[in-house]
Design a protein around this ligand. Sequence first.
Ligand code: UD1
Ligand code: CA
Length: 455
Amino acid sequence: MLNIIILAAGLGKRMQSDLPKVLHPIAGRPMLSHVLEQARALDPSRIVVVVGHGADRVREAYAAEGLHFALQQPQQGTGHAVMQALPLLLEGDPDDACLVLYGDVPLVQSDTLAALLAARGAGLALLTETPADPEGYGRIVRDADGHIVRIVEHKDASAAERAIAEVNTGILAAPTAALRDWLGRIDNHNAQGEYYLTDVVGLAVADGVAVGHAQPGAPWETLGVNSRIQQAQLERVWQAEQARRLLEQGATLADPARFDLRGRLRCGRDVFIDVGCVFEGEVDLADGVSIGPYCVIRDAAIGAGSRLEAYTHVEGARVAEEARIGPYARLRPGADIGPQAHVGNFVELKKTRLGRGSKANHLAYLGDAAIGERVNIGAGTITCNYDGVNKFQTVIDDDAFIGSDTQLVAPVRVGRGATLGAGTTLTRDAPAQALTLSRPEQKTIEGWKRPVRKS
Ligand code: UD1
Ligand code: CA
């Protein structure tokens, strides 16, 4: 049985924000969500989040996630924070572990946490590291044999202790039952007048409990966020890591430093992504997909061999294989682009199926439409799908040819192989195979003179 406690009560004063710190995003998701994802990968029996500042907003944001919340009010230190969670912990075997994480240390990875749990044996384990500048951290004090004996906080440390390079990241794993006992025995007689979680280390050693340690898999895993500057730095660190993972899986990124993923991106083989693209939600790029520069793609699946040209926006849409979209195209929710179809510049589709091999190459709005195969949509075509209250459907059958500057006043249907003359305002169905147009006869007035100004 594994308990996980996530400390998230701190104010985050330096963020200068009304939003609780742990709800500030990294890669489009609250920091706390990142921690929760890694925590859940360990399959814990229970997760307790200790909230304080902005407690209601944090609870609200995670109301439906099966979490337990402990309120810490006021905040009297990390030991005090963990004490608030104790009544909610599940107790099974006395050796069962409790893992303590931090809501503002969002990038710790489950592999690191698994290594820490393994290092614990049946006792205590600390996640430690050796940063270039240990200023501010608790130092790991070891005895002559190299065994960890206690942690001394920076503010309480002597000059000799401050010279210790190994520091406490704050993350630790302990037997739940023993943790309860140790926390009952700590006090706040220290430089900060706080209950230090780190004091449990000395008590464990006094009880003869082994203290193990592990190091994070990557140095950025234990970086915390206390300010907007640190948040921005962590954002870039995480984007670089996501880019690295995609490169490792065989995607090509024109510039890994100009790549932003705020969600999940799955790439097939030989995918190319140009600079400045933003991916959000769940995006699937099949084999051989090419994404031009500055595209924004959210919740979409792009089929094999399809190309999205520069500045294309896609949201809630599907593109089949070998299609060409953009530049400057906009696929809105419910756009469904068939194989080998083309959608060109300044074309917007919403709740519209564009069939195999059909083309809408320039300047069009296609909404609430079912468009068949090999259809040609001329420049300036608009489906008039909305009367101010209701939405209506336009159906265009296979092999139809829609002349330029046509308005299709829905509900309306264009039959198979029909042709609409340029400039048509279609208000009734257009029969198959025929030419339909609505256009005043063109006339020429011979000998007409322009008016001239009398001097
Ligand atoms: C703590 C550790 C220190 C370690 C450092 C790593 C203690 C006593 N010290 O330092 O050894 O090197 O982290 O960054 O544990 N929090 C609460 N309630 C509180 C106090 C803190 O929820 O009453 C939360 C904060 O929101 C934060 C985390 O605990 O997420 C750590 O608090 P912080 O004040 O940054 O820890 P330090 O005392 O600096
Ligand atoms: Ca700190």
